[in-house]
Design a protein around this ligand. Structure first.
Ligand code: FE2
Length: 384
């Protein structure tokens, strides 16, 4: 790291963290002068009872709200359009997203379309959002996405079967209510996949080209927290302290990658998610060790520091880097992440997946320069 490099660091989201902070929703809405609230969530959150806990409190506090609960996993362009239509119809002045990354990312895109003319993909990539968007309060129910503090929204173009990103600081939630109790009902497989997504954010955020010191510092602490708590939450989901550790790890990882970037793991995971509608966390988890191995020569000093954050002290750096890769591979196995072949990738799709990975907006951030042929090599090696 060159200490003479300049950087800027902005965090537009107010973070409220702690057991019971979900009960501060009404106060948060009042802080934003919200009158017509649209809650954006999914059927799983509705079925789990988490939604009614929130809406019962809003009703008691006489807050006016409506619910849009049709967000699908890997949120689809048509989910955003339906939600936008409802937001406009209600003249919503504030959005509340309850759920994992899908409802939060969908709400961010609704916030844009409800306030800007144009088609969704006109806002793709960096800084296409010109004006203010609807304010958003995020209440994460998984510890993985980090979307509650990031400046991006990832949406699936269902015609192209391609995941694209909208990226602007204006779409960051205004307030994030991080309550570990909201994550305790998550089942083990989802806990493992979302936890590995958070670990990927921290590792990619720390090693991305263009990472900077504040993002690096939070990434290393995120890795420590996730390494300390992931296995516990997968096998003992009611352990509130471990759930808190994961939620904190996840938000720190989110802060890290939103100030640097993600890289090749996410490029491949998003290509897979767009093509097969596969779960984002699982895609990251199965791809992460292979990409780390592929990148190792290009960031071995940073991998050695990741090894230390994982609790492994090694010299020389190269040995630490190798052990970091092994430790991540082992952790994925211990929390029962399936292997790459379980994603059902077809040989005839590999070329398209490699191409879509290479055109991902985060490809340039990978520490090792990655062409379409590099992605082909990597995906073929995971297929075999
Ligand atoms: Fe992710």
């Amino acid at each position: 790291m060159n200490l003479l490099n300049s950087f800027s660091f902005e965090l537009p989201t107010r973070i409220e963290y702690g057991v019971g902070v979900a009960q501060k929703l009404t106060a948060a809405l009042r802080d934003l002068n919200a009158v017509n609230v649209l809650i954006v969530t999914d059927k799983g959150i509705e079925a789990s009872g988490l939604l009614s806990e929130v809406t019962d409190r809003l009703a008691q506090d006489r807050m006016k709200y409506e619910v849009f609960s049709d967000v699908e996993s890997n949120p689809k362009d048509y989910n955003v359009l339906e939600g936008t239509q409802l937001a406009k119809q209600l003249q919503a002045d504030c959005l509340v997203a309850i759920g994992g990354g899908s409802p939060i990312d969908c709400a961010k895109a609704i916030a844009v379309l409800a306030t800007h003319a144009g088609n969704l993909r006109e806002f793709e990539n960096e800084d296409k959002v010109t004006g203010d968007v609807l304010p958003l309060i995020a209440m994460p129910t998984t510890a993985g996405t980090g979307s509650e503090v990031t400046f991006s929204s990832v949406i699936t173009d269902t015609q192209q079967k391609f995941k694209f990103s909208i990226h602007h600081t204006k779409i960051a939630p205004r307030i994030a209510l991080l309550d570990p109790e909201m994550t305790v009902t998550m089942p083990p497989a989802l806990t493992a996949a979302t936890g590995m997504d958070a670990l990927t954010h921290a590792i990619e955020g720390f090693t991305a080209k263009g990472s900077e010191p504040l993002a690096d510092a939070v990434a290393l602490y995120a890795i420590e927290l996730i390494a300390a708590h992931l296995k516990t939450v997968v096998f003992d989901g009611r352990n509130l302290e471990a759930r808190a550790g994961m939620l904190l790890g996840s938000v720190l990882a989110g802060i890290s990658f939103s100030h640097s970037d993600v890289a090749a793991v996410h490029c491949i995971a998003e290509a897979l998610g767009g093509k097969y509608d596969a779960a984002h966390g699982v895609c990251n988890a199965v791809v992460l060790p292979a990409v780390m191995e592929y990148n190792m020569e290009y960031c071995s000093d940073k991998y050695a520091r990741i090894a230390a954050a994982l609790g492994i002290i090694c010299k020389p750096a190269r040995e630490g880097a190798r052990q970091a890769v092994e430790a991540v591979k082992k952790l994925a196995g211990e929390v029962n992440i399936p292997d790459f072949r379980s994603l059902g990738v077809k040989m005839e799709d590999v070329d398209e997946l490699a191409y879509n990975s290479s055109i991902n907006g985060s490809n340039g951030s990978n520490p090792r320069p990655m062409s379409k042929d590099d992605y082909l090599t990597l995906i073929n090696s995971m297929m075999s």
